[in-house]
Design a protein around this ligand. Structure first.
Ligand code: FMN
Length: 333
C-alpha cells in the first residue's frame, strides 16, 4: 500500500464528511500519508469538483470515501414523534420545523465522479456496496477499502472482494461504520486481535489513535496501517470552526458519548446539552434524523452555541495536541 500510494508513513487521514476540505486533504497527501475526501454528504457534482480541487493542489494519490446507502423504512408515527422531540430546539433557536426530509439519490453520481476521475482509492462505510459497484471500481484499477466494527463484518468485507478493511474500534470519533446487529463497541486492540488470522486482506486500524505507542502497537499487532481522525482535526490545515477546535482541545477524559440524536445513526462526539437531553427521545432512522436536525445544527453554529452542535471526536480527544499536519504525524511515527 505504501509504495502504491506514494505514502511515507503507514497512516491514512480519516475521511471525515462535512470536515475535509481540498486544502486539508492535499496537505495530508503532501506530508506523505494517504489523504481522504469524506464525500458522504456531497452530490455527484460536488464530489467531482472536490476531487478536481485536490488534484490542483497535489500530484499524490488520495482516497474518496462514500456512504453505502440504506433506504430508511418510514414509519409516519415515529417521524412525527421524532419531530415533536425536536420542537423545543426549533423553538429555542427560532426555527421552523423541517418539512421535507427525503434525500435525493446521490450515490450513483458520487461513484461516477470517482470512476471518471480515476481516484486511486475508494473507501466505504455503513456497509458493503453491491458486487456491481465493487466490480466497476476494480475495472478502473481503483483500490477498494471497506469498514468493519466486528470480526463478522471484517469477514463480510473480505468476502465481498474489497482489497482492505478499516477496523473501527469503539473509541473512534464520528459515525459507527457498523452494519450488523447489535451495534458493538469493541476496543480497537481487542478488535484487531479478534480479526488477525481470520482474514487475509490488509488491515487498517482506527479509533483513538493519538500517540506513537498507539501506532506501534497497531502495527506490531498485525495492522498494515492506521487511520487517524481526531488527532488531525486540530491540525492548522484542518478548516473546522475555531469553536469546534477549541472544544476538542479543551475536552476532558470521558467527555465523549455515543449518540443517535443528531442523525439517527450511532456516532461518537462531545457530550453536550443536546446529546444529554435527547438521550431517551424517539429519533427517526438515519438519514431522516440527520435532515430533521440540520437547521438546528446550522443555527447553533451560526450563534456560536456549542450545545446543539454535533462535534464528532474520538474517546482520546483530551490527548490531542495542535500543530501542523507534519508535526502531528512526526510525533506519531
Ligand atoms: C468528524 C469526523 C467525521 C467522520 N466522518 C467519517 C466519514 O465520512 N467516513 C468514514 O468512513 N469515517 C468517518 N469518521 C470515522 C473515521 O474514519 C475514524 O474511524 C475515526 O476518526 C477514528 O477515530 P479517532 O477520531 O479517534 O482517530 C469520522 C470521524 C470524525 C471524527
Amino acid at each position: 500500500m505504501l509504495k502504491k500510494f506514494e505514502m511515507h508513513y503507514p497512516i491514512i487521514q480519516a475521511p471525515m464528511a462535512g470536515v475535509t476540505t481540498p486544502k486539508f486533504v492535499a496537505a495530508c497527501a503532501e506530508v506523505g500519508i494517504l489523504g481522504s475526501i469524506g464525500a458522504g454528504y456531497l452530490d455527484g457534482e460536488q464530489t467531482r469538483n472536490f476531487i478536481q480541487e485536490v488534484k490542483k493542489l497535489t500530484q499524490k494519490p488520495f482516497a474518496v470515501n462514500l456512504f453505502v446507502q440504506e433506504e430508511p423504512r418510514i414509519d409516519i408515527d415515529v417521524l412525527q414523534k421524532a419531530r415533536m422531540a425536536l420542537q423545543p430546539y426549533y423553538d429555542e433557536l427560532g426555527l421552523s420545523p423541517v418539512q421535507s426530509v427525503m434525500s435525493n439519490e446521490v450515490f450513483e453520481g458520487q461513484l461516477q465522479a470517482v470512476l471518471d476521475e480515476q481516484v486511486a482509492v475508494c473507501s466505504f462505510t455503513f456497509g458493503i456496496p453491491s458486487p456491481e459497484v465493487i466490480q466497476r471500481l476494480k475495472d478502473k484499477n481503483i483500490y477498494v477499502i471497506g469498514t468493519a466494527t466486528t470480526l463478522e463484518e471484517a469477514i463480510q468485507v473480505e468476502q465481498s472482494g474489497m482489497d482492505a478493511v478499516v477496523l473501527q474500534g469503539g473509541e473512534a470519533g464520528g459515525h459507527r461504520g457498523s452494519f450488523t446487529n447489535p451495534m458493538q463497541l469493541i476496543a480497537r486492540e481487542d478488535l484487531l486481535q479478534h480479526v488477525v488470522g481470520n482474514i487475509t486482506i490488509p488491515i487498517i486500524v482506527a479509533g483513538g489513535i493519538v500517540s506513537h505507542e498507539d501506532v506501534q502497537r497497531a502495527l506490531a499487532g498485525g495492522a498494515q496501517a492506521v487511520q487517524i481522525g481526531t488527532a488531525l482535526l486540530v491540525a492548522d490545515e484542518c478548516e473546522i470552526s475555531p469553536l469546534y477546535k477549541k472544544a476538542i482541545l479543551q475536552s476532558k477524559p470521558q467527555q465523549t458519548t455515543i449518540t443517535y440524536a443528531f442523525t439517527g445513526k450511532a456516532a461518537r462526539g462531545l457530550t453536550n446539552h443536546f446529546t444529554e437531553h435527547m438521550k431517551d427521545a424517539i429519533v427517526a432512522p438515519y438519514p431522516l434524523q440527520h435532515h430533521l436536525t440540520s437547521t438546528i445544527r446550522k443555527e447553533s453554529a451560526a450563534q456560536g452555541n456549542p450545545q446543539y452542535l454535533s462535534m464528532w471526536m474520538g474517546e482520546n480527544s483530551h490527548l490531542v495536541q495542535p500543530g501542523t499536519v507534519k508535526s502531528i504525524i512526526e510525533k506519531l511515527v
